[in-house]
Design a protein around this ligand. Sequence first.
Ligand code: GLU
Length: 298
Amino acid sequence: MTRSYISHVFRFAPSPNGYLHLGHAFSALMNNEMAIASGGNLLLRMEDIDVERCRPEFEQAIYEDLAWLGLSWEAPVRRQSEHFDAYAEALTSLEARGLVYPCFCARSDVIGVAAERPGWPRDPDGSPLYPGTCKRLSPAERRARLAAGQPAALRIDMAAAMAQVRQRIAWREYGTAGERRDIYADPRQWGDAVLARKDIPASYHIAVVVDDAMQGITDVVRGEDLFMATSLHRLLQILLDLPAPSYHHHELLRDAAGRKLSKSLRAKSLRAMHREGVTAADLNEQLGIKRRVFAFAS
Ligand code: GLU
């Protein structure tokens, strides 16, 4: 990672919808140390497209927690909620090529299909694949529903998208010892994934690829829970003619019961640890960050 002459740009991209926990500290410190080791930059990106759930007090807490960890990042802080126009532009370009279609289904409709048919295929996150109901609507019906103001999500037409991509889809993954592997991606596992939600005119997938390109990210360092989603990200990058960063998906920290630390499972927050007298140096040591990054840099 340190041997090439291109300037590396890393990003830490939390969602300000809760307090950061040890898993975030691990990811943030890995990004920070790798940026330092490669002589590159670190950006901080607020992934705040879900404007209902994201709150200014959580964002403020992120700044405080990261400063406590000893991180600094390049100004200004990037913010997804300021990029809805760029996401809309990307979606329009896919739409113009017939690669997305509006979907009027409720989530319960999709789950209903899966529940009725045992063995219905699921995506890598375990959600049932979309059965394609709205893909089969006639153009007239589609227009009528849109004209009537029926809320619609936008889904990728995976079959059409794959038919347009003639190359083999792959990405460059760095392993924990810095070794590189080419991972062959199979975005079809995600089916006709949602690229814009009914309530939010973008989804994580479209936002992340547009932002990574716009911000010149060369190295994406994030949790392995997003490893499989990288297939879909690579497909979108190819369709939108965006550059491909390198990826390192790091292991996830787990609690005593083996569950990944998460906000929803109320993992202990960094600020609670701070209040209990834990220091950033303790955390760095406990997480073995320097040792890990040394493996990459050597
Ligand atoms: N916002 C995501 C999270 O908080 C990270 C997404 C990414 O790094 O691509 O888990």
